[in-house]
Design a protein. Structure first.
Lengths: 87, 617
């Protein structure tokens, strides 16, 4: 029987979003929607976890403080641009 | 629910909104309706009312934009951030912006209106089956004339319901060809084109010639948007898929997910992705403009995001066909504005007033009036005149296709969705007016026995057409010029070598121009500029005279040349009038506006009478 063809994945020019790592995506999202201030996030896990917890509570997601798949899916979902926190 | 800090809210209940521009994704009437329904979601549970107006004075200004669109909060391309809005207040506060790199729909795929056929203009149904094959876009399959068509039900083979899709082979929009379809190939700057092009334009609008030679005939039109094959995102947003296209050496004649891991459909916008690398995402279900608008209008009324996932004010988009308001939303909005007003008792219909204009007073306003400066064609492709406009589309194309996908269809345009008003009533269809004058704070525009009027105080809502003879029975239908003398309120009407003077309902005339002191060489009065104190400048082509409204005589010695006193205006004007203290000199479809206040007679603006004075689309 013929072997299934391995799908070839290409990088499409101008398709920026695929370049972000999950952590970069999270940092950008948390800043854009008011959960963190500019440069507030530092490398220590605590601050990211704290910010994630605020987001998870705000969006009624399981409050794990982790960048889990549910939280990542929420971050990738289409949404309104008005920040969730702050003015 | 949450409100904004300090319970920001509107302090009046009769709110107004202005749709400043349009996305090309949906027919305009569908966009108008989606916004109206989105406002109705909130007016149903509050005392608020929402009235559509056409100007920046609106409380809520609605705009489509991409990336950075002027408010410092840039959009982010397709998906992700869909729209945003500002809390109640002045200026940008209360406004709602929509990302035009999204595909706006009603949540269930592209909305493609159809013309002719036998489906009463119903939109296409995608996907549909034809001869057992599945189609998710309009097709020419089954036809020999190359016309694009679609089924308006899921199964053409059984239901046989179809219509023709917007296509440059069926009609063109705007331009100067009265909606005639494109002619392919056509020649432009010596090159041959067999498809629409944006060449020669900087605004990215696709256009074509409606004869074989644009260089010679200068006849053109804009190609209708083909939302079913227009790509979003990628690096060719707004362009069309090209089928077939080559990808990794293989030929594709439909959109594909190959090459991607996210499962999204894409296509190439040239015939060879491998060499050109031009691509974009194929239309998907899109986002419901109604649902997103209802959410954004919640912000514009003072609601912030909620944590209730099922509520309309939850930040994430999710499609639903149910009424979108959740009790959390109702509690929130009623916390700000209270509940709805008690419904008035039903009353018998009132009889309409006697003197009704022959068309509803907002004729211009309901025909795509708000394509403001940020959208809309800007004229023919260079090197032609860069600003030659036309009066806009004139309705359904006249020649329809003549056969059906497999056999002859019904001849059109039996069922085309056409505008309900007589085009002749549409002030936007008038190329050149006989006379224009400010009478009692209304700018009156006269043409062939009828006139329209509007006033700034009423937001430039055009009223009319009215019949001249109903108000000024002694007048002929053809006028050369009109002016109202500000002190006496007398209105002077000129036609040929005759003049009529109305004081209220009483009329003096017709009298011959020589009664006013004009010589026999003056064949007509083409304009008037009241200068106060009963002094008026009366124009006849290249010359003008000083006229004393009290003695109703011109000073023969005051004859002067126009170009010497008003440099920069054309000499063969067909009308001159004063409007809000500015002098307007009209030639063809244009006006030259001059500010006479500062004593320096300098042209400060040159524009179109219909587009800029009347704000036609």
């Amino acid at each position: 029987a013929p072997r299934p063809r391995q799908p070839t994945v290409v990088v499409f020019p101008g398709d920026l979003r695929t370049d972000l790592t999950n952590k970069q995506l999270a940092e950008e999202y948390l800043y854009r929607y008011g959960y963190t201030q500019v440069a507030e996030l530092s490398d220590d896990k605590q601050s990211l976890s704290r910010a994630l917890r605020v987001l998870q509570k705000r969006l009624s997601l399981p409050e794990t403080g982790e960048l889990d798949s549910t939280t990542l899916a929420a971050m990738r979902a289409p949404r309104c641009g008005v920040p969730d926190v702050g003015r | 629910f949450q409100t904004f800090e300090g319970d920001l809210k509107w302090h009046h209940q009769n709110l107004t909104y202005w749709i400043q521009n349009y996305s090309e994704d949906l027919p305009r009437n569908v966009i108008d309706d989606a916004f109206a329904r989105a406002f109705a979601v909130w007016s149903a549970v509050t005392p608020l009312t929402f009235t559509r107006v056409y100007g920046v004075e609106a409380d809520i200004i609605i705009q489509f934009g991409v990336r950075e669109h002027g408010d410092g909060y840039p959009f982010d391309g397709k998906d992700g951030l869909l729209a945003h809005a500002f809390p109640p207040g002045q200026g940008i506060q209360g406004d709602a912006h929509f990302d035009d790199e999204e595909l706006w729909s009603l949540g269930k795929g592209v909305v493609v209106p159809t013309f002719f056929g036998n489906a009463d203009g119903a939109p296409c149904h995608f996907p549909f089956t034809f001869e057992g094959r599945n189609y998710s876009a309009c097709t020419t399959d089954g036809r020999s004339d190359g016309q694009l068509w679609c089924s308006t039900t899921a199964d053409y083979d059984t239901d046989r319901r179809f219509g023709f899709c917007p296509s440059e082979r069926l009609y063109t929009e705007h331009g100067n060809s009265d909606g005639k379809p494109c002619v392919f190939p056509f020649t432009f700057e010596g090159r041959s084109y067999s498809a629409c092009t944006t060449d020669g334009r900087s605004d990215g609008y696709r256009w074509c010639a409606t004869t074989a030679n644009y260089d010679q005939d200068k006849l053109y039109g804009f190609c209708p948007t083909r939302v079913d094959t227009t790509v979003t995102g990628g690096n060719s947003a707004g362009e069309l898929c090209v089928f077939p296209f080559v990808f990794l050496g293989q030929e594709y004649s439909t959109c594909t997910r190959d090459g991607r891991t996210d499962g999204r459909l894409w296509c190439a916008t040239t015939s060879n992705f491998d060499s050109d690398k031009k691509w974009g995402f194929c239309p998907d279900q899109g986002y419901s403009l109604f649902l997103v608008a209802a959410h954004e209008f919640g912000h514009a009324l003072g609601l912030d995001h909620t944590s209730v996932p099922e509520a309309l004010m939850y930040p994430m988009y999710s499609y639903t066909e149910k009424p979108p308001l959740h009790e959390d939303d109702v509690k929130g909005i009623q916390h700000l504005y209270g509940g709805p007003r008690p419904k008035p008792e039903p009353r018998p219909p009132t009889t309409t007033p006697e003197t009704q204009p022959t068309a509803p007073p907002t004729v211009c306003a309901t025909v795509r009036p708000s394509e403001g400066p940020t959208a809309g064609p800007t004229g023919p492709p260079s090197p032609g005149p860069t600003n030659a406009p036309t009066a806009g589309p004139t309705g359904a194309p006249t020649a329809g296709p003549t056969d059906s996908p497999t056999r002859a269809p019904t001849a059109g345009p039996s069922v085309a969705p056409t505008e309900s008003l007589d085009p002749a009533d549409n002030v936007c269809n008038v190329d050149i007016f006989d006379a224009i004058a400010e009478i009692g704070n209304y700018l009156h525009l006269f043409k062939d026995g009828r006139y329209w009027r509007f006033s700034e105080a009423q937001g430039r809502l055009v009223q009319g057409p009215f019949l001249i003879r109903d108000k000024w029975p002694a007048l002929p239908s053809k006028l050369d010029s009109v002016f109202e003398e500000p002190q006496s309120k007398k209105i002077f009407f000129f036609s040929g070598r005759q003049v009529w003077v109305y004081t209220g309902a009483t009329v003096l005339g017709p009298r011959r121009l020589d009664k006013l002191g004009f010589g026999p060489e003056v064949a007509q009065v083409t304009g008037a500029l009241p200068r106060g104190g009963g002094k008026v400048l009366l124009f006849s082509r290249q010359n003008f005279w000083r006229f004393d409204a009290k003695s109703q005589m011109v000073d023969p010695k005051s004859a002067s040349r126009v170009d010497r006193t008003f440099p920069g205006v054309p000499t063969n004007m067909h009308d001159v009038f004063l409007y809000r203290d500015k002098a307007y000199f009209c030639q063809d479809r244009y006006y030259w506006r001059m500010n006479l206040q500062n004593g320096i007679n300098q042209v400060e603006e040159v524009n179109y009478v219909t587009y800029d004075l009347l704000q036609c689309p």
